[in-house]
Design a protein around this ligand. Structure first.
Ligand code: FES
Length: 173
């Protein structure tokens, strides 16, 4: 071979590699490892982790909620709203008195991007000022704007002249 056609290092030429068979063995072992890994992954992926996680995240499991006194009935006039926290001190909520014995309460984080929702008494609707989202006060369903899901409703009852929160309704799809 002339100068330009020369193979510079023997090691670079695979066909001259004396460890070729050993290399093949390693390849086979590597391949088997990959297969074992893939089988393991397949086994794990067929377990119902996804549905277990989804159940937890979507709150489909029955939850226990504390009873919490919100306000004395006499302190809330018909047509007025009252802000409170439920089920934890970090969950802002809104109670609206719609009639003599008609109350509605929702978690007041807008289902679009979680801005607080306000009670617009003159129009009888719940309004999110962030991107002009509107919700029906009787159902919590979005009526206009970007929100697509209803506000989670808080169940309430009247006990001894007090309005009491008893739970958060499951989100129905
Ligand atoms: S956060 Fe309420 S409309 Fe966007």
């Amino acid at each position: 071979m002339d100068k330009n056609n020369k193979i510079p290092f023997d090691e670079d030429n695979y066909t001259h590699n004396i460890n070729k068979s050993n290399e093949r063995k390693l390849d086979r072992r590597g391949f088997m490892k990959t297969m074992v890994g893939a089988a393991g992954l397949f086994a794990v992926s067929t377990l119902p982790w996804g549905s277990i996680a989804a159940t937890e995240l979507m709150g489909l499991r029955e939850k226990k909620y504390p009873k919490k006194e919100i306000i004395d009935v006499k302190k809330l006039n018909i047509g007025d709203a009252f802000e409170f926290a439920y089920p934890t001190d970090h969950d802002s909520a809104l109670l609206v008195r719609l009639g003599e014995n008609e109350y509605k309460a929702y978690q007041n984080a807008c289902t679009h991007l979680r801005c607080p929702v306000f009670w617009e008494q003159s129009k009888s609707e719940l309004v999110c000022p962030c991107h002009h989202g509107f919700f029906d006060v009787k159902t919590g369903s979005p009526t206009a704007g970007p929100p697509r899901r209803p506000l989670p409703e808080i169940t309430i009852q009247v006990e001894a002249g007090k309005i009491v929160a008893t739970g958060v309704k499951r989100y129905e799809t």
